[in-house]
Design a protein around this ligand. Structure first.
Ligand SMILES: [Zn+2]
Length: 105
């Protein structure tokens, strides 16, 4: 079992990492193919337009939003930051559970 001092150090480091972020976004990013509605467009003949979308769930509702091409890079970056944070939170939870065991009886 890890020492209490070690766990506290890990805890502190993780809290610091969680606090230090530029921005984040939660969701799964995917490419969807859609028609644009313009008469005579190639998409009417089946060559649908690809677009990048993000789906996110909040309180049991799923929201899917289009990501403009100019924002794609940024959204992908924020999504990666979210995933990292999800991992930090899971790690911090394990450390806190471990620290509960070190509580003096
Ligand atoms: Zn079209």
């Amino acid at each position: 079992m890890a020492t209490k001092a070690y766990l506290l150090k890990q805890q502190k480091e993780l809290i610091k990492k969680i606090k230090d972020f530029e921005n984040l976004i939660k969701g799964s990013i995917c490419t969807l193919y859609q028609t644009c509605g313009k008469k005579g467009c190639k998409c009417e003949r089946g060559e649908k337009h690809p677009g990048t979308y993000i789906s996110t769930r909040y309180k049991k509702k799923v929201k899917t939003s289009y990501i403009p091409r100019s924002e794609e890079k940024k959204v992908l970056k924020w999504s990666k930051i979210y995933k990292k944070h999800e991992d930090y939170i899971a790690q911090l939870t394990l450390i806190n559970l471990e620290l509960l065991k070190h509580r003096k009886k």
